[in-house]
Design a protein around this ligand. Structure first.
Ligand SMILES: [Zn+2]
Length: 353
C-alpha cells in the first residue's frame, strides 16, 4: 500500500515537472562561433531547431586559399559542431548563407558531413565579377549547389519572412536589393546620416549579402553579413527602415566599412558583436564609432592586432590570441532581456529589460 502510494505520488510529481518544463518559456540562444574572422552564427530557436547563418572557412587551414577536405580535420565545421553539441542540436534545420565568399560559405560541404542540413536559404548565385575579385568563389558555389539540391531551398526577397517556427525573421537585404518600405514601427528620418555613407571595401559580393532581422517576443537581433556600401547605407538612411535591435552583429566583421555611425544611431544596439579575427575585420574606425556612442557594449571574438585599434576590456573579448577558439553566447528571453557569456572565461553579463 505504501509502495503504491509512493508510486502514485512519484507519477504526480513527474507529471508536474514535465508540465512545467513544457510551459516554461524557452530562451533563444545565439552562438557566435570563432571562425577566425569569418562568420558562423548558430541559433537555437525556442522550439529547439537549429538556424545557422554561414559556416566559416573551408579546410584545416581555414583561409581563402583553403579547399574543403576531410570533415574530421575541418577547423570551422568542427567548431560549429562543438557549438551544436553544447546546444543539444543534432541537425541544421535551416542554413542561411549571407553570401558566397569562402569565409562564410566555405565550411558548408564539411559541415554537411557532420550534421544533416535540411533547408537552404540564399540569394541564388554570386555575380559574375565575384570570381575575379575573390578567386575560388565559383568552385565553392558549384559544390554548394549540388548539396543544396538535396534539401529544400528558399531565395527570399527583402521584406519576405522566413518560415522558422517560433521566430519572426524578416529579410532586409538580398542580392543587392534592400527593403523599399520600413518595417512595422520603423521609418523615422535619421539625422545621423552623412551623405553617401562609407564605401564598400569589396564591391561585388559583399553588398549582395542577405541580411535578416530576427525577433523573438520583444528581443531583436540584426545580422546583415558583409553588407556594405550603398545597400548598407539605404537600410538606415535617409530613413531608418529596419528599426532598433538589441544585439547587432556588426557588418563585415567590424571592418572600416561597418563603421558608419548613422547605422548604429538608428539601430541603437545594446550589444554590438565583432566576429573578427586577430587581423581580419575589427578595424580602428569601427571601434572608434562604438567608443563615441553611449549605451553600446561592444564584444569581440578576438583581440584585434590591427593598426590603431583600441580593444575593448578583456572581459568582453572571447579570444586574447589565436591559441583558443571560444565563442560568445547570447541567451535571450521573450520579454526582451538577455545575457552575454564569454566562452573563454565563462562569465556572463546580464542585460535586463
Ligand atoms: Zn566576410
Amino acid at each position: 500500500m505504501i509502495r503504491r502510494t509512493c508510486g502514485i505520488l512519484a507519477t504526480i510529481l513527474l507529471t508536474g515537472a514535465t508540465l512545467s518544463a513544457q510551459t516554461a518559456p524557452r530562451p533563444l540562444v545565439i552562438y557566435f562561433v570563432d571562425v577566425e574572422g569569418g562568420q558562423a552564427t548558430l541559433i537555437k530557436t525556442p522550439v529547439g531547431e537549429a538556424f545557422l547563418i554561414d559556416a566559416g572557412f573551408p579546410g584545416g587551414g581555414g583561409t581563402f586559399q583553403s579547399t574543403p577536405g576531410a570533415p574530421e580535420s575541418a577547423r570551422d565545421a568542427q567548431r560549429i559542431l562543438a557549438a551544436a553539441r553544447d546546444a543539444g542540436l543534432t541537425q541544421i534545420d535551416h542554413l542561411m548563407l549571407t553570401h558566397y565568399h569562402a569565409d562564410h560559405s566555405g565550411g558548408v560541404m564539411e559541415l554537411s558531413q557532420l550534421l544533416p542540413i535540411r533547408h537552404f536559404i540564399d540569394h541564388s548565385a554570386p555575380s559574375a565579377e565575384a570570381e575575379v575579385v575573390v578567386p575560388g568563389t565559383q568552385a565553392l558555389y558549384e559544390a554548394y549547389i549540388a548539396l543544396r539540391a538535396k534539401g529544400t531551398h528558399t531565395e527570399p526577397k527583402p521584406g519576405d519572412h522566413l518560415a522558422i517556427k517560433g521566430l519572426d525573421v524578416v529579410v532586409v537585404s538580398s542580392a543587392g536589393e534592400v527593403l523599399t518600405a520600413p518595417l512595422d514601427g520603423a521609418g523615422a528620418a535619421n539625422p545621423a546620416c552623412i551623405s553617401g555613407g562609407v564605401p564598400a571595401q569589396e564591391k561585388t559580393e559583399n553588398p549582395r549579402s542577405t541580411g535578416i532581422r530576427l525577433q523573438y517576443g520583444k528581443f531583436r537581433f540584426l545580422d546583415i553579413g558583409d553588407l556594405s556600401g550603398p545597400p548598407q547605407y539605404a537600410l538606415t538612411c535617409p530613413r531608418n527602415l529596419i528599426g532598433e535591435a538589441d544585439v547587432y552583429l556588426i557588418a563585415h566583421h567590424g571592418g572600416a566599412d561597418g563603421a558608419d555611425p548613422a547605422l548604429f544611431a538608428a539601430v541603437k544596439p545594446r550589444v554590438a558583436v565583432f566576429d573578427n579575427g586577430s587581423r581580419k575585420g575589427g578595424q580602428a574606425p569601427t571601434f572608434a564609432t562604438i567608443a563615441q556612442m553611449p549605451g553600446i557594449d561592444g564584444w569581440q571574438l578576438h583581440r584585434s592586432l590591427n593598426r590603431d585599434v583600441i580593444n575593448l576590456p578583456e572581459e568582453r573579448i572571447a579570444n586574447l590570441d589565436d591559441s583558443t577558439s571560444a565563442w560568445i553566447k547570447v541567451t535571450a528571453q521573450a520579454d526582451g532581456s538577455f545575457s552575454v557569456t564569454n566562452g573563454r572565461t565563462g562569465q556572463t553579463k546580464a542585460y535586463p529589460r
